[in-house]
Design a protein around this ligand. Structure first.
Ligand SMILES: NC(=O)c1ccc[n+]([C@@H]2O[C@H](COP(=O)([O-])OP(=O)(O)OC[C@H]3O[C@@H](n4cnc5c(N)ncnc54)[C@H](O)[C@@H]3O)[C@@H](O)[C@H]2O)c1
Length: 478
């Protein structure tokens, strides 16, 4: 660091970071911000969390965590020790040395970036910006945001980035619900406006995060996050298309992916499902395609993956219709139980959840829809365009017996899959949650209808009939 700068403001900030006297702020105490605030406090900083949501601020004051990956005891311990507090009073920024911005970056209906939360947060920082302050943007955003949007808003104060204050971008990579990886053991990528900005941000993170990887610019750091999430979105799109293809060809996609995954190099398994969900994968790639379009570049993979993944909820509904059809029942008027409405296993997050689209489409086709999700006790009607709000049903034999079809949309571990098999005579499994269990009642996404194991004699007979029909086809063509 000393080699990088002779700037006394930077040297003073570095001394505070190294001496654990640094006062850090985190704006936005959600899935990303609260774990980060806790990690920074654990690393020696005195942390102030700033959020416009007073319920979150009050919860932290009481030592209560509302994020499943953060234990309440940990929050309470840090609050009691005076290392963590939360407030909605942004004047607290005036006394902070560093601030990380972790506010939402959703899309508008038109799939254009909605930067309003980010702008509002940066304007609050600008109100209290002072010499020597380090500002780090963590919200996922398009390449160029830090330089083109954040820097001018902060420099409107008359202070100059890289000289009077320091500016960096560092993407968050939290994976909610993943017990193996957390804020501390996932490497943190950092890009600074200048080398000094990057070095200061890296120094801050190094106190609490195992490994920090510095890239040459804020733009590169912004692009890293978008590459990671575009990679996921495109590969999920590919395997979803392969799943629909396998369905047409009478092949079990789950068996194919499992077998392909035994290749020790050059292949990484992705699994099909009911569509993308959460705050990242369905959204972030469109930040990139929007920016690319601004520069006359068409991001074809992103658009195509978006189309394929966006179609999956309808595909699931078509499987429900097929399954009911097999029972001589129509979707219109059928009672359908959706299992799992959170966007992924074992979390309570409903953002962009494909289950909501599945429910909406089922309702539009005349089905009578209910749901069960141990992580989501109630579901507001507005989330799936329904005049009715719903409560999660207890998943027991009595409930299952009442429905014409059960659809597994999210494979929570808490579900009793044996019970589902025993008490539902029509199941659509969009996640392969039932695995390789044979049951004539189960229709799996991306797999042919179930068939019991054939005896050698039956196998010979069906091969013979397939050969005869192919010969017939060839003769007809000839
Ligand atoms: N959730 C994830 O898995 C994840 C992973 C990596 C990156 N990200 C990115 O991190 C960012 C934050 O996501 P999140 O999931 O933590 O969102 P979140 O909705 O859980 O939390 C955001 C918080 O910001 C607060 N907020 C909004 N505007 C504010 C303002 N002007 N001032 C202060 N607080 C404000 C909200 O009240 C909320 O508590 C997004 O850009 C997201 O794309 C999220």
């Amino acid at each position: 660091m000393k080699a990088v700068t002779s700037n006394p403001l930077a040297q003073d900030l570095l001394r505070r970071i190294d001496g654990s006297t640094v006062r850090s702020g985190v704006i936005g105490l959600g899935y990303v911000g609260l774990p980060l605030a806790v990690a920074l406090a654990r690393g020696g900083a005195t942390v102030v969390g700033l959020d416009i949501d007073t319920r979150k601020v009050d919860a932290i004051a009481r030592g209560v965590s509302y994020i499943s990956d953060v234990e309440s005891e940990e929050v309470a311990e840090l609050v009691v020790a005076g290392r963590l507090r939360a407030t909605s009073d942004f004047s607290a920024l005036a006394s902070l040395d560093t601030v990380n911005i972790c506010v939402p970056t959703p899309l508008r209906k038109t799939k254009d970036p909605d930067v309003s939360y980010m702008v509002a947060a940066v304007e609050r920082v600008a109100d209290h910006l002072h010499p020597g302050m380090l500002v780090i943007l963590e919200s996922t955003t398009y390449p160029g945001t830090t330089e083109e949007l954040v820097q001018p808003l902060l420099e409107a104060t008359g202070l100059v980035a890289g000289r009077d204050f320091f500016l960096a971008f560092s993407p968050e990579r939290v994976d909610p619900g993943n017990p193996e990886f957390n804020t501390t053991n996932v490497p943190k990528v950092v890009g600074g406006l200048t080398e000094t900005c990057a070095a200061l941000a890296a120094a801050l993170y190094e106190r609490s995060i195992d490994r920090v990887v510095t890239v040459k610019s804020t733009k590169a750091a912004e692009m890293v996050k978008l590459l990671e999430n575009t990679f996921r979105a495109v590969n999920i799109g590919l395997v979803n298309e392969i799943a629909m293809m396998c369905d047409t060809l009478g092949i079990d996609v789950w068996e194919v992916v499992e077998a392909a995954a035994t290749k020790p190099f050059g292949f990484m398994p992705f699994y099909p499902g009911p569509g993308l969900g959460g705050h990242c994968i369905p959204i972030d790639p469109f930040y990139l395609s929007w920016k690319a379009k601004q520069n006359g570049f068409e991001a074809r993979f992103i658009e195509l993956a978006g189309q394929v993944n966006g179609h999956m909820p309808q595909y699931v509904v078509s499987k429900v219709a097929d399954a009911l059809n097999g029972k001589r029942k129509a979707l219109n008027g059928a009672r359908v139980l959706v299992l799992g409405v959170a966007y992924k296993r074992d979390v309570d997050d409903l953002r962009e959840s494909p289950a909501l689209d599945v429910m909406k489409t089922l309702k539009e086709k005349g089905a009578d829809v209910a749901y069960s999700d141990p992580h989501v006790p109630a579901l507001d009607g507005s989330l799936w365009d329904s005049p009715h709000s719903l409560h999660s049903l207890e998943l027991d034999a009595r409930t299952l017996d009442q429905f014409d079809c059960t659809v597994i949309v999210t494979d929570h571990q808490a579900f009793d899959y044996e019970l589902i098999l025993a008490h539902s005579d029509c199941v659509v499994d969009a996640r392969n949650a039932l695995g390789h269990r044979y049951a004539p009642s189960v229709v799996r996404l991306g797999a042919p209808l179930p068939r019991p194991m054939q005896s050698p004699v039956e196998r010979k007979a069906s091969q013979l009939s397939a050969t005869q029909s192919q010969v017939g086809d060839i003769q007809r063509v000839a």
